[in-house]
Write a protein that binds this ligand. Sequence first.
Ligand code: C5P
Length: 395
Amino acid sequence: MSSLRNKRLILGLSGGIAAYKAAELCRLFIKAGAEVKVVMTEGAQAFITPMTLQALSGQRVHTSLLDAEAEAAMGHIELARWADLIVVAPASASFIARLAKGDASDLLSALCLARRGPLAIAPAMNQAMWGNAATAANLDTLRQRGIALWGPDSGAQACGDVGLGRLLEPAALLALAEGCFESGVLAGLTLTLTAGPTREALDPVRYLSNHSSGKMGYALAEAAVQAGASVTLISGPTALAVPERLRFVPVESAAEMLRACQEYPADIFIGVAAVADYRPAENVPYKIKKEQEMLSLNLLRNPDILATIAASSPKPFCVGFAAETHDLAQYARAKLRSKNLDLIFANDAAATFGSDEAEVLAFWNDGELRLERASKTQLARGMIRLIGELLARRA
Ligand code: C5P
């Protein structure tokens, strides 16, 4: 069940082409069980009509500060008091400037000024506007006032530019909003997890490795932080940004990863890394030349990090992953037993690698659960919730 169920959200839209994405965000909020009131600036209405948001939210859309009828029904101060959370998506450069100044000349700015609860803004603008010193200074002001900044994303923009300034995708915004109401199921616990691939050096320029974007592990690390755990993320090389509010330990090889895991013992251990099963028996200190037609490599089996940690004392609550192409349940249950795990998540390897979405089956000693297809961020929250529940049952 989503943590947004029965929560009162104000979804504010300011002007920008990304306003069309707010329609999908509104739909996701409603689907998650939230009550949503939409507030649109004049700029937003140039891009998407209030009728669209009214149909999706099931409520009249608020657009004007000086509308006597709307003020009589629910004034801007009442509206601000009503909300458990205000999310402004998209937040334009102009809206951000008004907010930083404390300007209350339109309904959305006024109710942000009058709010009592948390406010999050999801910026969306051209990359040059995002990079401008004026915008940066306004954002610093908002950060200092405790306003959450969600995004922006980087990539191709509607104007043809490429760079930072895209609105985060609706699914990512939904997950961030859910994070505001998570109950801290892992509060007071330590958690260590491995993520990404390992690299096993053949010589100074070559290595053996596995496919792994690291997305699932990083999403789990972030969900664990949001659930109140003290997190150590031990990561092989990935292209991802280092998440905030955790200890980050970068490693390359399986041997280094194992050492780091032993250095940071925790209450909960999650092995998400795609550890290379073998490493070259020899790591030659010079570049191997391609003189011979056939090159044979001698490989040595790498230690199983997860099984090693599960055999340590005191044993943490151990969670593993099984990426399989067939007979998912059978292989996952076998791994649960052979590695002495408390919980295992199984997924279809082909459908998950590199993707932003996944679905998994969870197996533990006397139970199982299907976590439906969702973004890896949302899925990670579900996994952390399940870990919290199983730990609570054990206690
Ligand atoms: O045995 P298999 O590689 O399928 O097991 C996958 C699980 O074990 C994952 O949780 C992975 O992170 C972990 N693992 C490990 N060390 C290894 C191999 C796998 O921690 N050498």
